[in-house]
Design a protein around this ligand. Structure first.
Ligand code: DQA
Length: 150
């Protein structure tokens, strides 16, 4: 069965309690459940992961890239959290394995502090989903599935 990765970066384990006025009250476990239902509807096997560690995220990007190359994966929905705005290493990892990535942000980062306006991920992302709340995960998965079918 073809897989889809949904990768989450630092502090997303706190979803539901961290700044609910910005990120809502839905937990990461709830998001995983939403993604699992969506993946089932799309006929995809879900690999849902979260880490607070940049190196771990890089290893998962490499893993997903190898799966795509082997024809077993459509790519990754990726919420890099604050690493979006700091990580050349994540940029290089995505570029290095040519992983199809939909960059996702729960909040509208462009309506927030100026330091959130720049992304190291966007130049190597296929698409970007921003500001739809946690529903963005479902939209991003549909988009990735659509791209993979073309
Ligand atoms: C975020 C936006 C980032 O700026 C922030 O550091 C996060 C979450 C979002 O989903 O809106 O941790 O990626």
């Amino acid at each position: 069965m073809t897989s889809v990765y949904v990768l989450n970066g630092p502090n997303l384990n706190l979803l539901g309690t961290r700044k609910p006025e910005v990120y809502g009250t839905t937990t990461l476990a709830d998001v995983e459940e939403m993604c699992r239902e969506e993946a089932a509807g799309l006929g995809l096997d879900l690999r849902f992961r979260q880490s607070n560690h940049e190196g771990q995220l890089i290893d998962w990007i490499h893993e997903a890239g190898a799966e795509v190359k082997a024809g077993r994966c459509v790519g990754a929905v990726f919420n890099p959290g604050a690493y979006t705005h700091t990580s050349v290493a994540l940029h290089d990892a995505i570029e290095g394995v040519e992983l199809p990535v939909v960059e996702l942000h729960i909040s509208n980062v462009h309506a927030r502090e100026p330091f959130r306006h720049h992304s190291y991920i966007s130049p190597v992302a296929r698409s970007i989903v921003v500001g739809f709340g946690v529903h963005g995960y479902v939209l991003a998965m549909r988009g990735l599935h659509h791209i993979a079918q073309k």
